[in-house]
Ligand binder design. Structure first.
Ligand code: AGP
Length: 614
């Protein structure tokens, strides 16, 4: 989703802004722009589409941009108004002296706009953001102080925002503020940065201040001043960012998604370090702060998440209920937040999020926290807003995930749920210890099994070529792999735009079976376990309607050859851990279909990596 970079210092600003935006590019966007100050004037450059287009524009103005040492940059993911040049940020006021960039959504922009138009403001875009530019400029006209104008304007805004503001009258100052959207200030040597996320500035500094909601920071090359919403100066804490300046490199892979799929064995090994020592030792989760007493008496859990994280949560439900005998509800965050939930201090609420910034999940977590629930966050970003709300944390340590379609972070979330379920089961003594020992052993060897799949991708590539031109795809599974069917279908939808749907196999005959004919591929996730024979029967039902049948299976039964048109074999694995194995070929199948169709695999249309608006 949208990204912000700001800079004030002594270096030429344009390269810093463009490079910072490039580091955020993976999040998904459809236009970009920068505003720079050369000490006299503010100049704005924008482009539709990829950053390369902005670079081309900047190249044409090479001579006039070289002296600028302060500026703001933005990549936009359209919410209000199409992805046009006029709607791209930065936005300005009538006189063009003020420029700003914004992430988030201003919910009351229409009301504000009506009043500003009465004052004579002329709007050029359809964005909510332009309202903020006019609003701050209008207040500035009265108070004649940029920081004060930003502070007073912020009080009139409803919704979510991270704002980075510059003004012609302040050639050496950036003013930034935020509410319900991430923003941090990077402190360099004689230079200051603002960014909506760490990768944009990590090359330049590891020292940063995470702004809290409603704080306003005033950045000059050699000073940082932060005030609260009442205008009082506040002390701030400089944190050392737990990041290395990694180049976002594909390491020889054609796409980040393929690289990230291949990283999964090491991601699992990494997450197990320090948590799972031997099959005889209890699982260690140092940042889970639930007391043993609370855990022993815990009888209700709610898990909230979106998209792929929601599918990981569904596996979490299955495994926690099986191992711990605790009732677990799973709900999309966007549904959780607009109803009366039965959540209280006796409920453990688990939020799952790769980014830790997803607006719906963040809001849901805050609501649950306000009701006194213990909040446990499973995230790939221990420095995120969600992690900051957490009473307990499980960092999934998957490393930065660039591809918009989540792969390695999903597997890491699923593994985190196994660890959590085993951890709680050991404390509650809720399942035979031999089951847990088997699980631990399986967890330790599962990376090798994934490596086996990755070493033999030819069958999946062939299957992808065969089915790349289908319009629809059905995935069926039961039990613990039902979420795998949903996730496999989501991956295909996201990157190939093929209409793919996951169903519980037993539901096929209650409606979806009407769609089946010889044009419809049906992929059965047929893993050994309590529902194996049931899925076979459901596959037969599909075959009887002439559907094209594909099996994803760890079975070597001969009879499958007659039933299925295509078989993707995976290594043997315990039923409980089969989702970790089954998802890998589905990720690859989606990848190779999209690649075969020539789609933009890493940055699919309309999608953003981190969805920071509701
Ligand atoms: C995954 O492939 C998607 N890009 C999307 O569904 C994602 O999982 C969802 O937006 C939730 O994001 P989060 O995990 O960062 O909260």
């Amino acid at each position: 989703m949208c990204g912000i970079v700001g800079y004030v210092g002594n270096q030429p600003v344009v390269d810093i802004l463009v490079d910072g935006l490039k580091q955020l590019e993976y999040r998904g966007y459809d236009s970009s722009g920068i505003a720079i100050s050369d000490g006299n004037d503010i100049k704005i450059y924008k482009a539709e589409g990829k950053l390369q287009n902005l670079e081309n524009v900047l190249r044409e103005h090479r001579d006039e941009i070289q002296t600028a040492k302060m500026g703001i940059g933005h990549i936009r993911w359209a919410t209000h108004g199409a992805a046009t040049l006029l709607n791209a940020h930065p936005h300005t006021c009538n006189c063009g002296k003020l420029a700003l960039v914004h992430n988030g959504i201003i919910e009351n922009f229409k009301e504000l706009k009506v009043n500003l138009e009465k004052e004579g403001c002329v709007f050029r875009s359809q964005t909510d953001t332009e309202v903020v530019a006019h609003l701050i400029a209008s207040i500035y006209g009265k108070v004649k102080d940029l920081t004060e104008a930003v502070r007073l304007a912020a009080q009139k805004l409803e919704g979510a925002y991270a704002l980075c503001v510059m003004h012609k009258d302040y050639p050496n100052t950036l003013v930034v503020t935020k509410r319900n959207a991430p923003l941090l200030v990077g402190i360099g040597d004689g230079e200051m940065f603002a960014a909506s996320d760490v990768p944009a500035i990590i090359k330049h500094t590891k020292r940063a201040v995470y702004l809290a909601d409603n704080q306003i920071a005033v950045l000059k090359a050699d000073s940082l001043n932060i005030i609260n919403s009442e205008g009082q100066n506040i002390d701030y804490k400089v944190e050392i960012l737990p990041w290395e300046p990694v180049a976002l490199s594909k390491m020889g892979y054609k796409h980040f998604m393929l690289k990230e799929i291949h990283e999964q064995p090491d991601v699992i090994r990494n997450i197990l370090v320090g948590k799972l020592h031997t099959t005889d030792d209890p699982v260690v989760l140092n940042e889970v702060k639930l007391t043993r007493e609370t855990l022993k008496h815990l009888n209700r859990i709610q898990i909230i998440a979106c998209g792929t994280s929601l599918h990981a949560a569904m596996i979490g439900k299955y495994i926690i209920e099986t191992f711990c005998g605790i009732a677990v509800d799973v709900e999309p965050s966007s549904e959780y937040i607009y109803r009366r939930t039965v959540t209280d201090e006796n409920t453990l609420v688990i939020g799952v999020s790769q980014s830790g910034e997803t607006a719906d999940t963040l809001t849901a977590i805050k609501q649950a926290k306000a009701k006194g629930s213990h909040i446990l966050i499973i995230t790939n970003r221990p420095d995120s807003a969600m992690a900051r709300e957490a009473d307990s944390l499980i960092p999934v340590s998957a490393g930065i995930e660039v591809s918009v379609a989540a792969t390695k972070s999903y597997v890491a979330q699923v593994i985190s749920f196994y660890l959590l379920a085993i951890y709680m089961a050991e404390i509650k003594d809720s399942i035979d210890a031999s089951v847990l020992k088997t699980m631990k052993n399986e967890l330790m060897i599962i990376p090798q099994k994934i490596e086996q799949i990755l070493a033999h991708k030819e069958v999946i590539q062939k299957c992808a070529r065969e089915y790349a031109n289908t319009k629809d795809f059905i995935y069926i599974a039961r039990g613990i792999n039902y979420p795998t069917a949903l996730e496999g279908a989501l991956k295909l939808k996201e990157i190939s735009y093929i209409n793919a749907t996951g169903y519980p196999a037993g539901e096929l005959k209650h409606g979806p079976i009407a769609m089946l004919d010889e044009t419809m591929p049906v992929l059965s996730i047929l893993m050994h376990g309590c529902v194996y024979e049931k899925i076979l029967s459901n596959s037969e039902e599909a075959k009887a309607r002439n559907a094209k049948l594909i099996a994803l299976t760890n079975s070597t039964e001969k009879k499958l050859d007659d039933l299925f048109d295509y078989i993707i074999h995976v290594p043997e694995v315990h039923e409980y851990l089969s989702p970790v194995i089954a998802i890998v070929p589905l990720q690859l199948l989606a990848y190779y279909i999209a690649e075969f169709l020539g789609k933009d695999v890493d940055q699919p249309r309309n999608l953003a990596k981190s969805v920071t608006v509701e």
